[in-house]
Design a protein around this ligand. Sequence first.
Ligand code: UD1
Length: 366
Amino acid sequence: MRKVISVVGARPNFMKVAPLHRAFQKYSSIRHMIVHTGQHYDANMSKIFFEDLQLPQPDVYLGVGSGSHAAQTAKVMTEFEQVVLREKPDLVMVVGDVNSTLACSLVCSKLGTRVAHVEAGLRSFDRRMPEEINRLVTDAIADLLFVSEPSGITNLKKEGVADERVFFVGNVMIDSLIQFLEKARRSSILESIGISKKSYVLVTLHRPSNVDVKENLEQIFSMFEKMSEHGSIIFPIHPRTRKMIDQFGLSERVQHNKKLILTDPIGYVDFLCLLDSSSLVVTDSGGIQEETTYLGVPCLTMRENTERPVTVSEGTNQLMGFDYNAVLKESEKIFRSECKKGQIPKLWDGHAAERITKIVAEQILN
Ligand code: UD1
């Protein structure tokens, strides 16, 4: 029996590992284990995703919690090293670009355990983003690199990565989206919030560059005040953003705008429903740029760059930087239905995880 461990740590990891777990069940000679580092630990940042995505309880929970980047990364490394020494996996799968991704790939490379990176090759070319450092280091040391869009192949080639390590397989997050879209369309989240289809803007903002600077966060709420003249704004709040709103004394101002509806973080299926039914999404997330592209929903990304350029060249995404007036102007066009039309990128077809597990099986069973 061979053994593969997949690592999850933070919210954007769960929907990437769920289809991998399902695809591994087809291989009776491979035992697939899930290790949760505990980087995200609130019920609505973690537990609800296991339920929604029908993931089994993690085989191992490391419970590392929050901390500085160094402290969090170090703690994951120390704990995960014990797991690898005890379980002796034939291969470890890491996904995305969070601190847990970096920490676990480092542990594996030092112990001589093979590691595969899912969502490899993405580059924002902005080293001020912790995720960019995580991506660069993980790709430099991983043995197998599974790529979701053409830019990933170009970037890895430029970095001198050997072709044999790189596989263009498509997008596992879209596997989950396709699997759960029907269920999402039956969700009652719109009724419970009191909004109707295509009548609202959905917002997610949590990047330090947007929410950790008081002036930026204030400008964002001014922008919402203008935008809400056109309809409701639904803003599920990430714990980091919630903390900053309180710290900057903005809570009262936020509550004053009755069209701005702040909610706690929302589970996977309900959030997918909100995405699918929104008239516009404003975000600084990575994955949401891809989900809106698949769904054909207009997306304005409040970042200066994206590591997912296919969402701009082929999809519905537009990069707005931190230009709040530009976001307002674009959103007005979108409200007049002057939307950018997009198409679904190649291999975003619901079968990425099957391609990945087939390659992994070939590598570890032979
Ligand atoms: C992390 C990822 C980011 C990803 C995001 C998605 C890194 C470097 N960043 O950022 O790429 O887009 O997750 O959510 O790995 N907190 C809670 N409860 C939780 C988790 C966090 O209250 O369950 C609070 C903590 O106070 C913590 C803060 O949120 O200090 C930030 O959490 P952290 O995991 O450090 O980074 P994120 O901003 O969530």
